[in-house]
Write a protein that binds this ligand. Sequence first.
Ligand SMILES: [Zn+2]
Length: 69
Amino acid sequence: MPDFTRHKHPVLAVPCGDCRATAGAWCTRPSGHRAADLHLSRRMAADRTFIVQHGPDATIRFDDDLGRW
Ligand SMILES: [Zn+2]
């Protein structure tokens, strides 16, 4: 089960179907360089997975005090 609080960004909990980045790895451009932003399809997949796991009313936010999600 993906853990949405483990990574630098919650979306990293799921792999990317777009650039084939694995869970925990940042998205890459076709050239192999690190992408500026995570792919939209990955963000939507992470949203769907998060809702399945935690329900439609759950939200995730970065806790500045704790320094984690
Ligand atoms: Zn990607």
